[in-house]
Design a binder for this molecule. Structure first.
Ligand code: SAH
Ligand code: SF4
Ligand code: F3S
Length: 446
């Protein structure tokens, strides 16, 4: 911290969206703390409020507008308050325009490509009254590395690929996060070694499609090689990654995940739809048979692996028969977990222009059927674990019951058990004695 520590005041961040955004908020917090600000949970005490936004679905955007509107009262109470909005939503011109016109209490607007400009923007905002809007299309030159203020002492996120080049027809991410850019391997290794020396035990590698890591680098390195390099870092006990695209999942990667000790037995493998017709329209680059074959190969190599997925229901043109294909696959694969979303029209994406948009009530009704089915299957999958012993990384007191601890197994299951809260951050063994759809319960093995 600098000499201004006493005078700078407090900050509060609000984050919407995926882990990528959560991690960006950690970087913003890092910048603010270097600048002498301290964090506060209490928004009313804040001198700087930052909202990091998401636009992947319409309801994410609606939440942001609601939140920004509600900040007006704080600005009235404290005219010195600085309000900043950043993140994916700000990469869309019409949204920035709307903020300018309707939310004059906002002081700073910036995008996903210039978060390193935040310190300068903040300094200017402290001096001048006029709103500052600076959104870049993509970084100029190398992506600056910012210090992150980590939320946890034992788990950390590390970005390995920025942006996305897949352009799935429904998705806005490639437009707001820019082209795919792999982070140099030495930067990743340096960061992970530092994290390990600070006591971090579990790292999660972030990218919209981690499997394409390295394609744009001059070195001859791919995602499987990166996993092997990271596996050698002493002190790191678990390696996770998000998200792997089914299209780029090759045999070498399956073998590497199976054979590399620290890489966890959990694969998030978004399928999006069970219908080959819809998958083609979505431009996912695989069909139902190919996806099922991939799952088979993964399970042959790793019988204990947990597989989770994402589904979108109500993509334009999805018929009842197409939806039935999704239900069929869900029954057949038996995912451990599925995140399910109503298709949301995102302006600028090809799918938004398709004629046969599905009415909301049909989308909702399909979503409910899918969720009911998956919840039964998750329950069945979890029941298979009763009687087994799982290694758990303890995350602290359970939110629902503070007399209990919560943590996650290597297969990413939430495990609740009794124990002393000083076990937080430790790897321990738990014997599972009860299962619900989203949670396992057990007792600590001393
Ligand atoms: N890169 C990841 C997904 C990131 S977005 C991947 O390809 O797997 C996270 C999830 O949001 C997606 O998997 C998809 O299920 C969902 N999603 C993306 N765009 C959407 C849209 N327009 N409507 C509904 N859900 C969407
Ligand atoms: Fe979106 Fe597809 Fe890229 Fe995932 S892979 S972020 S769904 S375009
Ligand atoms: Fe949302 Fe941006 Fe992530 S749109 S899902 S926060 S990459």
């Amino acid at each position: 911290m600098n000499e201004n520590e006493e005078t700078r005041g407090m900050y509060h961040t609000i984050t919407y969206g995926c882990q990528m955004n959560e991690h960006d908020s950690e970087k913003l917090a890092g910048v603010l703390e270097e600048d002498g600000y301290t964090p506060t949970e209490d928004i009313e005490k804040a001198d700087v409020i930052i909202i990091n936004t998401c636009c992947v679905r319409e309801n994410a955007e609606l939440k942001v507008f609601g939140k920004v509107g509600s900040l007006k009262q704080y600005k009235r109470q404290n005219p010195e308050l600085i309000i900043g909005i950043c993140g994916c939503m700000m990469q869309q011109e019409e949204i920035v325009q709307e903020i300018k016109e309707k939310y004059s209490h906002v002081d700073i607007v910036f995008g996903t490509h210039n978060i390193h400009r935040f310190p300068e923007l903040l300094a200017e905002a402290r001096q001048f009254q006029n709103p500052l809007i600076e959104v870049w299309e993509q970084e100029k030159g190398l992506i600056p590395e910012l210090p992150a203020k980590r939320e946890s002492d034992y788990q950390a996120w590390t970005t390995i690929v920025y942006g996305c080049d897949n352009f799935c027809s429904y998705c806005i991410v490639p437009y707001v996060r820019g082209r795919e850019r792999s982070r140099p391997v030495e930067n990743i290794l340096k960061e992970v070694r530092e994290l390990s020396s600070e006591g971090i035990k579990e790292i999660t590698l972030l990218g919209q499609n981690v499997n394409s890591y390295g394609k744009d680098l001059s070195e001859n390195i791919d995602f499987a090689d990166l996993l092997q390099e990271l596996n050698k870092v002493d002190g790191i006990e678990r390696i996770r990654y998000m998200t792997s695209h089914p299209r780029d999942f090759n045999q070498k990667l399956i073998e590497t995940i199976a054979d590399t000790e620290k890489v966890c037995e959990h694969i998030h493998l978004p399928m999006q739809s069970g219908s080959s017709k819809i998958l083609k329209e979505m431009k996912r680059g695989y069909n139902q048979e190919e996806y099922l074959e991939l799952v088979k190969e993964i399970r042959e190599a790793m019988p204990e692996v947990a597989i989770s997925t994402d589904f979108i229901v109500g993509f334009p043109g999805e018929s009842e028969a197409d939806f039935q294909e999704t239900l069929k696959v869900v029954k057949e694969v038996k995912f451990d977990m599925a995140y399910t979303f109503l298709y949301s029209q995102r302006s600028g994406t090809p799918a938004a222009k398709l004629e046969e948009q599905i009415p909301k009530h049909i989308k909702k009704e399909r979503l409910e059927r899918l969720m009911d089915l998956q919840s039964q299957i998750s329950q069945e999958q979890n029941e298979k674990l009763v009687g087994k012993t799982l290694e758990v990384l303890v995350e602290g007191e359970s939110k629902k019951d503070s007399s209990k601890l919560t943590g996650r197994s290597r297969s990413n299951k939430i495990v609740i058990f009794s124990g002393d809260s000083n076990l937080t951050g430790e790897l321990i063994n738990v014997n599972i004695n009860k299962a619900q759809s989203w949670t396992l319960f057990g007792s600590l093995i001393e």
